[in-house]
Design a binder for this molecule. Structure first.
Ligand code: NAD
Ligand code: MG
Length: 373
């Protein structure tokens, strides 16, 4: 997959990879301390006027430094500080962004900068896609999940009371700047949630990366700088390559939902917010591995390796007992469910994935087994 990505060392040893999407291509720059590198900031953030969108948790940590760096570059900055949390990823927060932009008389040359996790990134991207029919947008992801997953690929949006991420747009940023040193302040459970999506990338596409994760999981959890940077780089490469081939999820991109059919059922079955998304995906991958094993796609040893890696990442591996009927109902409403059949992304073998429906009897066996141990 790597041959399609131009990857090179840049300024001060940071890594830049390019997401190849024709005239919507953009660079992702990754490294510890990249937010303090004036030449990277100057190159990636072209506009003179910028509005930084962030939240009440991230602002005290990283906003003033970013504003200072940008002002040193001669930029005019202001900030919108939204309340923190998934429950605020809604229309009201979007309106706060628009209120600020309009009251400041921002025109189509304004650049919006998302400074925060996936919630801030998704909302800011959607605001940028729609304000005056589209303005430039730069992602500065500060959670592991947003650095390896949500900041790559151009899906933006907000939640509706009747469904998560139901209102949105595909809209690519001009650049992504991922400073891995911001992960130092991230709570442990949020770090683990990001590790789930990293494990996913290895499991579905890259056996060598999966093996690297097995060897380096303790370093990652200890926030070893080099290990984190490599994991973020490799994950972004994998996701960017999938997105390059299928930007709007016509087919292939669905493999990124490995573990998510089970994971979404856990999230909505327990009530959103009980488990973090990454926790539900971690457990969901263990369940999808169990199902892959029952179909003969992977062997028992491989299935056990997956469970051990998820566990080593600090993620749950035992499924909540929602009741068999409820489990089935919840999986049927998943958006990958087409034509009445639940579609599963399964490993065949580890490092490769297939999208398929499965006999209900095997699915029930997986549910029973994963709830018990
Ligand atoms: P989040 O944005 O809620 O961040 C998690 C928590 O960490 C928040 O409280 C946040 O304020 C805090 N935080 C952020 N950076 C921090 C830092 N450096 N130090 C300390 N605390 C910090 O959650 P997330 O996991 O980053 O993102 C989840 C969201 O991303 C969901 O809304 C999901 O739908 C979306 N998502 C989108 C895509 C996509 O393709 N667009 C993909 C995956 C997930
Ligand atoms: Mg996910």
């Amino acid at each position: 997959p790597q041959k399609h990505l131009s990857m090179h060392k840049t300024e001060a040893g940071f890594h830049t990879l390019n997401v190849e999407l024709g005239d919507r291509s953009y660079p992702i720059t990754i490294g510890a301390g990249v937010l303090n590198d004036a030449s990277v900031l100057a190159d990636r953030i072209k506009g003179k006027n910028v509005v930084i969108v962030t939240n009440t948790v991230v602002a005290p940590l990283y906003l003033s430094n970013l504003e200072k760096e940008l002002r040193n570059l001669g930029k005019v900055t202001s900030a919108v500080i939204l309340p923190d949390g998934e429950e605020h990823k809604h229309w009201g927060s979007l309106m706060m962004i628009f209120d600020h932009l309009l009251s400041q008389k921002c025109d189509r040359k304004i650049t919006l900068i998302a400074l925060g996790g996936g919630v801030i990134g998704d909302m800011t991207g959607f605001a940028a896609a729609t304000y005056m029919r589209g303005v430039p947008f730069v992602q500065i992801p500060t959670t592991l999940l947003s650095q390896v997953d949500s900041s790559v690929g151009g899906k933006t949006g907000i939640n509706h009371p009747l469904g998560k991420n139901m209102i949105g747009a595909f809209y690519q940023p001009q650049a992504v700047i991922a400073d891995t040193s911001t992960l130092d302040t991230l709570p442990d459970n949020e770090l683990s949630a990001g590790l789930a999506e990293i494990i996913k990338h290895g499991a579905i596409i890259d056996l060598a990366f999966f093996e690297w994760l097995e060897a380096n999981m303790q370093k990652l959890r200890a926030r070893d700088e080099q290990a984190l940077a490599y994991a973020v780089i490799r994950s972004c490469e994998i996701k960017a390559d999938v997105v390059r081939q299928d930007e709007r999820e016509g087919g292939l991109r669905a493999i990124l939902n490995f573990g998510h059919t089970f994971g979404h059922a856990i999230e909505s079955g327990l009530g959103y917010g009980k488990w973090l998304h990454g926790e539900a995906v971690g457990c969901g991958m263990v369940m999808a591995a169990d199902l892959s094993c029952r179909l003969g796609y992977i062997d028992f040893v491989t299935k056990t390796r997956i469970k051990q890696l998820v566990e080593a990442a600090g993620l749950p591996v035992i499924a909540p007992d929602l009741g068999e009927q409820r489990w089935l109902e919840l999986m049927e409403v998943d958006k990958k469910n087409e034509g009445g059949q639940i579609k599963f992304i399964l490993l065949k073998p580890l490092g490769h994935s297939v999208i398929t429906n499965v006999p209900e009897e095997l699915l029930l066996q997986t549910l029973r087994h994963c709830i018990l141990d």
